[in-house]
Design a protein around this ligand. Structure first.
Ligand SMILES: *Cc1c(COP(=O)(O)O)cnc(C)c1O
Length: 412
C-alpha cells in the first residue's frame, strides 16, 4: 500500500492574511443592476485612466526597451546607475550614496525587507491604527507580532504619543511611521515628527518610514521626510515610483538606509543584502529608466496631480458634510478621505460593514470599511476617480444616508 498523498499549505502561508481581501471579497451582496458600479474602494490612482504617468517616464521606458542591458540580470540590490539615481534624488534629505539604496519590487518589497531584517519571530513591531494593512500581512506570516498605536482623528490623525510609548516593551523591534497616511490622508508637521523621533531615540527603536505618498500633499501642508530631521535614530525609508509617478503595475520601489551614526552597522546592511538574494532584484527594464525619470520629470507634473486631488478633497468633503449621519475628515495629503459613520444614527445596521454592504447593493457604491484598518465606524473613499464620478458617488451616498437615518418619530 502506498502512503496517501498529504500536502498542506505551510504555516507561514496560512498565517499570511490580507484584511481587505478577507473582508471586502467576502461581501455576498451584488451591486444594484440599475446603477453603474462606482468602486471608491480601489487604492490605485490609475484605475480609471483619468490620471496618467509623466511623458518623460514613458519615453525613458521606451528607450530602455531597446537597450540590451535592460534585459540582463542586474545586481540583486539593483543596478548601480539606478541606485545612484535614487541616492541623488534624495540628496536633499541628507547624504546617502548608492550603497544606501536597495531597489525593490514595489514599496511592498521594501517594507518586507525592512520588517524581515529588523524583527525576529516572537518580537513585535508597532504600527499605526488606523493604518495600512500590508504591515500586518507581512509580519504575521513571519511570526512577528503586530502592536497598534493609536492615531487621533480629532487632531488630524496625529500619533497619540502617550499611547505609542505605552506599547513599547523589551520585545519591540521597530516602529513603523506612515506619512502621508493611507487611509487617513494626514501629513505630519516637522514638530510632530520630532516628537516621534524623540520617543524612538529614548527607547532605542529603529524606524521604518513608509513614505510612498511623499509627493502627495494638498492645501498648505508640507511633507517632511523623517530621515531629513533624524540626527541619531536609524531609519529605513520605503518608497518608490508607484503612487507619485502613477505606475503601480510597474512594481518599482526602493529602500533607503539613513543612519548618520552608523548604528545599523554592517550587520543590518549585510542582512538586507542577503534578503535581496531571494528575488534576484526588481524589473530591470524599469531600473534602466530610473535615472532619466528622476532627473527630468518636472515639478509641474506633481503640482497638477495635487491640484486635482485637492479639488476632489474639497468636493467630497463639502458634499459628504451634507450627508446626515456622516462626518468626513478633510485630508491633508495622500489620496483618500476617512469618513466617520455615526452608527447610533443608523440603528438598522449592525456595524459599518453592514452599512457598506447595503450601500453597495442599493447604490452600487463600494467603500472600504474601517475594520480593514482596525478602525471600525469609519469608511475610506479614494479621491482619484474622475470628478463627475465622484460627484455622482457623493450624491448617492447622501441619498443612502437619508434613506436609512433613524427618523425622529422612531426614537423612543
Ligand atoms: C500603495 C501602498 C504601498 C505599496 O506600494 P507598491 O509600490 O505598490 O508596493 C505601500 N504603502 C502604502 C501606505 C501604500 O498605500
Amino acid at each position: 500500500m502506498n502512503k496517501p498523498w498529504s500536502i498542506r499549505a505551510s504555516t507561514m502561508s496560512r498565517n499570511t492574511q490580507n484584511l481587505i481581501r478577507n473582508i471586502v471579497e467576502k461581501i455576498q451582496v451584488k451591486p444594484n443592476p440599475n446603477k453603474n458600479f462606482i468602486p471608491l474602494s480601489i487604492g490605485d490612482p490609475t484605475a480609471f485612466g483619468n490620471l496618467t504617468p509623466p511623458e518623460e517616464l514613458l519615453q525613458a521606458v521606451r528607450n530602455s526597451l531597446d537597450e540590451n542591458e535592460s534585459r540582463c540580470y542586474g545586481l540583486t540590490n539593483g543596478a548601480l546607475v539606478a541606485r545612484q539615481a535614487v541616492a541623488e534624488y534624495y540628496a536633499h534629505q541628507g547624504q546617502v550614496s548608492a550603497d544606501d539604496v536597495i531597489l525593490c519590487n514595489g514599496c511592498a518589497q521594501a517594507l518586507d525587507l525592512a520588517i524581515t531584517v529588523l524583527a525576529e519571530p516572537g518580537q513585535n513591531i508597532l504600527v499605526p491604527r488606523p493604518g495600512y494593512m500590508l504591515y500586518r500581512t507581512i509580519a504575521e506570516g513571519l511570526g512577528i507580532v503586530i502592536k497598534h498605536y493609536n492615531l487621533l482623528p480629532e487632531k488630524n490623525w496625529e500619533v497619540d504619543l502617550k499611547n505609542l510609548e505605552d506599547q513599547i516593551d523589551d520585545k519591540t523591534a521597530a516602529l513603523i511611521v506612515l506619512n502621508p497616511s493611507n487611509p487617513c490622508g494626514s501629513v505630519y508637521t516637522k514638530e510632530h515628527l520630532r516628537d516621534i523621533l524623540r520617543i524612538s531615540a529614548k527607547h532605542r527603536l529603529p524606524i521604518i518610514a513608509d513614505e510612498i505618498y511623499e509627493k502627495f500633499v494638498i492645501f498648505d501642508n508640507k511633507f517632511t521626510s523623517l530621515a531629513s530631521i533624524s540626527k541619531d535614530v536609524p531609519i529605513l525609508v520605503c518608497s518608490g515610483l508607484t503612487k507619485g509617478f502613477l505606475v503601480p503595475g510597474w512594481r518599482m520601489g526602493w529602500l533607503v538606509i539613513h543612519d548618520r551614526q552608523d548604528i545599523f552597522s554592517k550587520d543590518i546592511r549585510d542582512g538586507l543584502r542577503n534578503l535581496t538574494g531571494r528575488l534576484l532584484g526588481p524589473n530591470k527594464l524599469i531600473q534602466m529608466a530610473l535615472s532619466k525619470t528622476l532627473t527630468t520629470v518636472p515639478q509641474s507634473f506633481f503640482d497638477s496631480v495635487m491640484s486635482f486631488i485637492e479639488s476632489q478633497a474639497k468636493l467630497a468633503y463639502k458634499e459628504l458634510s451634507h450627508a446626515p449621519g456622516l462626518r468626513p475628515i478633510l485630508p491633508q495629503g495622500a489620496m483618500y478621505m476617512m469618513i466617520e459613520i455615526k452608527m447610533s444614527m443608523f440603528p438598522v445596521f449592525r456595524d459599518e460593514l453592514e452599512f457598506i454592504e447595503r450601500m453597495y447593493s442599493e447604490q452600487s457604491i463600494l467603500c472600504i470599511p474601517g475594520q480593514c484598518f482596525d478602525f471600525p465606524n469609519f469608511m475610506r473613499i479614494v479621491l482619484t476617480v474622475p470628478e463627475h464620478i465622484l460627484r455622482e458617488a457623493c450624491a448617492r451616498i447622501q441619498q443612502f444616508c437619508r434613506d436609512h437615518i433613524m427618523q425622529e418619530n422612531n426614537i423612543n
